[in-house]
Design a protein around this ligand. Structure first.
Ligand code: UD1
Ligand code: CA
Length: 466
């Protein structure tokens, strides 16, 4: 009573006009083919086979650890592609679901319904169908009596009357495995495209007196397939909407879903607000009561609770509770920012730890540094972490004050409670509670400008020093 799946992904997808194979194009940040494998995984099948052909190395590399690979050297049609997988198919698995790699929005629940229907009705096959407004380019489903499918006719082979039919083939089928294997042997390429059509297996089974049923999809948006980039954008839009709707129902406020981009593996806590233009990628996790955006990109970032990120980019980093980031901050990989921290405008943090309650309020670069708690990093502070060959570390102890425009020439260590004067270039270690000033003395020449102006015959200010 096991189940197998065959996913067809041999055809390049010429209409994509791409160097890249169609099924490797991403939808919401994930290759199309992996969307399908992810859904199949939920069904706990005994076997998954992917049929590859064009760019077989590239496609195999993406799916190899999750599926068996069958190779279809020449693409002679969808039926021919399933024939290429037949040798691998475990005939002990009673049901085989076949789907195409270019329709990535199908949900496991729908596949389960198609499979269960096949099994419950002891049908030779069930076909997932949809009643669509515009059937253009798709195979039409010809129904017989009692909901039985007589056959599927491709648009190129259809009569004018058949083209009027709006019930279409989604390209997703559940077969009784042995009936699939038998019917595959009888395919011929006698049609407008000279291809071995998988759809012909249904007519072959019907002619042998076996039942094939149509199962209609509830939500048409699930079966959208991609043949060109315009359809890719449509599919992307549908999935984006689905993801935003999901999070909205989980208690997240999304102001404008049309301009919010949330990856499939992202998690968001309740009462967080995602403002327009936000792109949440990879394994990003957002806590409760956060506000993200507008126009922020977070990639593999963890935000704890009550964090605000405004107009900023954060990558591969973690931000503690009650911290604010931005506007216009750039937090680069490997950064761990504590709680109640302020990372202000035009600040760049890279591969650094920032302790709780520390402020980096504006225009600073903190790279390869370990900054303690309650530190003030003044405006324009720079960790000089790179000597042209190597990166070096800066350490600043708790409760220290780093004045504006200080250069910290790494490697350098500042103790706790230290005070670094504004404009200093700090090259040496400063002890706990130490005071450091490292700048040249000011020279003031009170009469310099006056003499120069008089020489040029210009007026000088009354009362200015002579
Ligand atoms: C197919 C169906 C059509 C259905 C439509 C749904 C057939 C004959 N037609 O048409 O009824 O309405 O899908 O989208 O099946 N592939 C291979 N090897 C091949 C040919 C195709 O692996 O030799 C793969 C392609 O990579 C693709 C999938 O099968 O992922 C579908 O092929 P495609 O040529 O796009 O079929 P359609 O003409 O869209
Ligand atoms: Ca197609």
């Amino acid at each position: 009573m096991g189940r197998s799946a065959i996913v067809l992904a041999a055809g390049l997808g010429t209409r994509m006009k791409s160097k890249r194979h169609k099924v490797l194009h991403e939808v919401c940040g994930k290759p199309m083919i992996l969307h399908i494998l992810d859904e199949l995984e939920k069904l706990e099948l005994n076997q998954v086979i992917v049929v590859v052909g064009q760019q077989k190395e590239a496609v195999s590399a993406v799916v190899a650890d999750r599926a068996e690979i069958a190779v279809q050297e020449q693409q002679l049609g969808t039926g021919h592609a399933v024939q290429a997988a037949a040798g691998l198919l475990n005939a002990e698995n009673d049901t085989t679901v076949v789907l195409y790699g270019d329709a990535p929005l199908i949900r496991a629940e729908t596949l389960e319904r198609l499979l269960t229907e096949r099994e419950a009705r002891e049908a030779s096959a069930t076909v997932l169908t949809a009643d669509v407004r515009n059937p253009h380019g798709l195979g039409r489903v010809i129904l017989g009596s009692g909901g039985l499918v007589d056959r599927i006719v491709e648009e190129k082979d259809a009569s004018p009357e058949e083209r009027e039919i709006h019930l279409i083939n989604t390209g997703i089928y559940a077969y009784q495995t042995s009936d699939l294997l038998d019917s595959l042997q009888h395919l011929t390429p006698e049609n407008a495209q000279g291809e071995y059509y998988l759809t012909d297996t249904l007519e072959i089974l019907r002619n042998a007196g076996k039942p094939v049923y149509a199962v209609q999809v509830d939500d048409e948006r699930e079966i959208a397939s991609v043949n060109d980039r315009a359809q890719l954008a449509v599919v992307e839009g549908i999935l984006r909407e689905r993801i935003c709707e999901y999070w909205a129902r989980q208690g997240v406020t999304i102001i404008n879903p049309a301009h919010t981009y949330i990856g499939l593996d992202v998690k968001i806590g309740r009462d967080s607000v995602i403002l327009p233009g936000s792109i949440l990628e990879g394994k990003t996790v957002i806590g409760e009561d956060c506000v993200v955006g507008p126009n922020s990109r977070l990639s593999n970032v963890t935000l704890h609770d009550r964090v605000t990120v405004e107009q900023s980019v954060l990558v591969d980093s973690e931000v503690g509770s009650d911290t604010t980031v931005g506007p216009f901050a750039y937090v680069r990989p490997g950064s761990r920012i504590g709680e109640h921290v302020k990372i202000g405008d035009f600040v760049e943090i890279k591969n650094s730890a920032i302790g709780d309650c520390t402020k980096v309020s504006h225009l600073a670069y903190v790279g390869d540094a370990e900054i303690g708690q309650r530190v003030n990093i003044g405006c324009g502070v720079i960790t000089v972490n790179y000597d042209g060959e190597h990166k070096h570390k800066t350490v600043v102890g708790d409760d220290s004050f780093v004045g504006s425009n200080v250069n910290l020439i790494a490697p350098v260590k500042i103790g706790k409670g230290a005070y670094l004067c504004a404009g200093s270039t700090i090259t040496d270690e400063v002890p706990d509670d130490g005071f450091a000033i490292g700048r040249s003395r000011q020279v003031t020449k009170g009469d310099y400008v006056k003499a120069w102006k008089l020489k040029k015959g210009q007026n000088v200010r009354k009362g200015s020093r002579s």
